[in-house]
Design a protein around this ligand. Structure first.
Ligand code: NAD
Ligand code: MG
Length: 338
């Protein structure tokens, strides 16, 4: 009996074979970050948890540390995801530089990036070495490369060297997180010295500009820049005049740079946290009066913990967010902004 196959029509085997080749071709061009997740099938179901009751609430104990403060000396100690963050290969093979990576929000990003498969360099102030060493150990525990780069970023020379060292020691750079900041509370403009104003602007704006300028020539298409701005960019605290001004600057720098770098395939986004429990707040960033009730005026009635921002920094760095640029991601416990 004559088969209904004819020599011009592709056989079922050819069709199936062709499909398989096509699928293989699609996967062959898929970036490394989208490689199959390791072991997600083994991840147990997570119980639903009410976010309101997840973490400590005010009132907090009065406490004060000299600037820049250590996470390890805070009470309660912030949760940076040390015990909780689980990765799934979303940043496999990436090389990241995070300023202020020793503590707080930067530490949470560093831990998450390492657990997502990235090598991570952190910058911090020399006085923060004890916090930095904890982060280095956590990154190494994931089998990733950890590069510790202490240095005060208030000069262009240090910023240039920081980027050069990160590139040399990581073997390249594809994620930059500008996260370091100075925050000093003052009730009146009359109390803000020129020295404080200069310190805040140098740390929060100039350093971001210098580090980004030094990094861009190294960033290939697909790379990501993430800047930490603040709810203060949108709804400034009256006692954080100079700081809020810089956070507004970071927000608009992010949006403008995103437009400029889109054609190079580099995405630029920002994160705008509300109140988060970090050393910056206990080392002059808040009055003692405000610290005791820190986070109370959010709908959640508590401050965020750095661990609660980790997935945001991962998302903005990951290849899955390929159409997201020039955006600011807010996390303020329900107060809105941006
Ligand atoms: P943090 O104190 O843990 O981190 C700030 C880091 O900045 C320090 O660890 C330090 O390493 C670094 N730094 C400061 N001055 C520096 C300098 N001259 N040279 C080098 N490094 C320097 O506090 P955090 O709250 O995690 O701060 C991280 C970012 O989050 C900052 O940009 C801050 O403005 C932003 N933010 C924090 C909150 C909050 O409530 N904690 C809210 C909104 C935005
Ligand atoms: Mg610190």
């Amino acid at each position: 009996m004559e088969s209904d196959d004819n020599s011009n029509a592709p056989s079922r085997r050819q069709i199936v074979g062709g499909l398989a080749t096509g699928i293989a071709a699609v996967f062959a061009t898929t970036p490394a970050a989208a490689a199959p997740d390791a072991g997600t099938a083994a991840v147990p179901a997570q119980p639903l948890q009410n976010p309101v009751g997840l973490y400590p609430k005010p009132p907090f104990d009065k406490q004060s540390q000299p600037w820049p403060g250590l996470a390890s000396k805070m009470n309660p100690r912030p949760d940076h995801g040390e015990k909780s963050y689980r990765g799934s290969g979303r940043l496999a093979g990436r090389k990241a530089l995070i300023t202020g990576g020793d503590s707080g929000i930067g530490r949470a990003a560093a831990i998450a990036y390492a657990r997502e498969g990235a090598d991570v360099a952190i910058n911090y102030l020399p006085a923060e070495e004890p916090d930095a060493q904890e982060v280095v150990a956590l990154i190494k525990a994931e089998g990733r490369k950890a590069v510790a780069l202490p240095g005060d970023i208030r000069t262009e020379a240090v910023c240039k060297k920081l980027v050069a060292d990160a590139v040399a020691k990581l073997g390249g750079l594809d994620i930059l997180v500008n996260n370091a900041a100075k925050q000093a509370t003052q009730d009146s403009i009359l109390d803000i010295t020129s020295e404080q104003f200069d310190w805040t602007v140098k740390t929060n704006l100039y350093a971001m500009f210098w580090i980004t300028k030094a990094a861009v020539p190294h960033l290939k298409p697909g790379s990501a820049i993430i800047n930490t701005t603040s709810v203060n960019a949108y709804d400034p605290s009256e006692n954080l005049l100079d700081y809020a001004m810089t956070k507004g600057g970071i927000m608009i720098f992010t949006k403008a740079l995103a437009k400029q770098l889109a054609k190079q395939g580099i995405r630029v986004n920002g994160v705008a946290p509300g109140p988060f429990w970090t050393p910056l707040q206990v080392s002059g960033g808040q009055t003692q009066e405000n610290l005791v009730k820190f986070g109370e005026n959010t709908p959640m009635g508590r401050p965020g913990q750095p661990a609660e921002l980790a997935s945001v920094y991962v998302e903005l760095a990951s290849a899955q967010a390929s159409y997201t640029t020039g955006q600011i991601y807010g996390a303020s416990g329900g107060r809105g902004n941006p």
